[in-house]
Write a protein that binds this ligand. Structure first.
Ligand code: FAD
Length: 393
């Protein structure tokens, strides 16, 4: 069976439109040509491949599913397929695209003023302005309602104070969407602020020591009396609904995307197992225990592909719910992580080095397991939907 046949065992290709296939194939060729040869070095050095941003923009990847303002206006399935290909390269590159499109351009598109949309979206679609999304704080991750960052009204302006952490793209961002509570302080007082690079009192520093998503920039943002003019406040949303709607949007893409890492691990492990001889010169792929590993991996890839495609189609039909997205993110990330770990074992000792991709994907997926709603939080979302009982606090 040919390689493409085995990773598309259930012929999902037949369910895709020519436009969807074209979007995927363009990004797949880019990943093969531009990403795979260099990404291991970036992971090792802890650097993000900034030089790829213009090419991502050229392919319409940045804000791909948004309409107007220079965005590509693709459907959710195309967006998911694009992200899946980027993730096959590296989760760091995919995280860059997810944050730029779903967490930064989406809220400007959905909740911004016309002036904000024109000021930021075309430049962001062209990759000439980079965005980040600041919700998590040092003491509030899974529970953003507790956030301490405050925006005090002062005339027409707001004065921002606080710290955000674990912010993807933070140190390279031209604009940060920062979620902060206004004077009254309750979760319903949360507003979104467009904090621009260079505003006095705003600084960003990289978080050192990551073993995961090393080819991605992750930063801490600090706000000390940052004066944000009224024209930089998102007018269209108040309360936690704002950031949570962005996360729901991003999560769906992630649920689709992670299968790309799983496929990279599966294909690599299959190839390695066929070429690596063990006792009597027989390839390790010829032993039943290896075949069971490969069978389990393929089975989980097929299930994750079906979940990803279905949830994306439901989004395009306007029928998706947050519970569906929680199930998709929870299932697909856990499967991909397990596949990466098992693939790593098939490589034996070689599997712990960066000469082969599984350990890089495995380490990256540990972050994906935690961000965009932890695995445990999505479990509670499902638990509540199943039982009607809230187990969050
Ligand atoms: P905690 O909330 O402290 O949780 C610790 C553990 O306790 C977890 O296992 C969690 O599941 C569990 N837990 C917490 N509450 C409960 C509960 N009620 N019941 C059961 N278990 C519970 N954030 C942003 O705002 N913007 C970004 O761009 C961004 N990028 C990131 C990039 C990376 C590489 C990483 C690792 C994180 C990023 N994050 C970002 C932060 C991410 O969203 C948070 O790490 C995540 O929400 C979890 O928060 P926490 O780390 O504070 O864990």
């Amino acid at each position: 069976m040919a390689r493409a046949d085995i990773t598309d065992l259930f012929r999902l290709d037949d369910l895709l439109s020519p436009e969807e296939k074209a979007a995927r194939d363009t990004v797949a060729a880019f990943v093969d040509r531009e990403v795979l040869p260099i990404i291991g070095g970036h992971f090792r050095d802890g650097t993000f491949p900034l030089h790829l941003i213009p090419q991502l923009a050229e392919m319409g990847v940045l804000g791909a599913s948004l309409h107007g303002h220079g965005c590509a206006g693709m459907n959710t399935v195309s967006y998911g397929l694009i992200l899946q290909e980027l993730e096959r390269g590296d989760s760091g590159l995919r995280s860059f695209a997810s944050v730029q499109g779903s967490l930064c351009m989406f809220p400007i598109h959905a909740y911004g003023s016309d002036e904000q949309k024109e000021r930021f979206l075309p430049a962001m679609a062209r990759g000439q302005a980079i965005g980040c999304f600041g919700l998590t704080e040092p003491d509030f991750g899974s529970n953003p309602g507790g956030m301490r960052t405050r925006a005090r009204k002062d005339g027409d302006d707001y004065v921002l104070n606080g710290t955000k952490t674990w912010i993807t793209n933070g140190a390279i961002a031209d604009v940060a969407i920062v979620w902060a509570k206004t004077d009254d302080g309750g979760p319903e007082s949360v507003r979104g602020f467009l904090v621009e690079k260079g505003m006095p009192g705003f600084s960003a520093r990289d978080i050192p020591g990551k073993f995961s998503l090393r080819a991605s920039i992750t930063s801490e943002l600090s706000f000390q009396d940052v004066r944000v003019p009224a024209r930089n406040v998102l007018p269209g949303v108040v309360g936690l609904r704002g950031p949570l709607s962005c996360l729901n949007n991003a999560r769906l893409g992630i649920a689709f995307a992670v299968t790309g890492a799983a496929i990279a691990c599966f294909e690599g492990a299959r190839e390695y197992a066929l070429s690596r001889a063990s006792f009597h010169g027989k390839p390790v792929a010829g032993y039943q225990l290896t075949q069971e590993k490969l069978a389990d991996m393929l089975q989980d890839i097929v299930k994750a592909q079906l979940v990803g495609l279905r949830v994306a189609r439901l989004k395009d039909e306007g029928k998706v719910t947050p519970v569906m997205v929680s199930l998709a993110k929870r299932n697909n990330v856990k499967s991909a992580l397990e596949i990466a770990r098992v693939a790593r074992s098939i490589y034996g000792a070689n599997g712990i080095t960066d000469a082969y991709p599984p350990v890089r994907h495995m380490l990256n997926l540990e972050s994906v397991f935690t961000y965009e709603g932890t695995h445990e939080v999505h479990t509670l979302v499902l638990g509540k939907a199943i039982t009607g009982l809230d187990a969050f606090d």
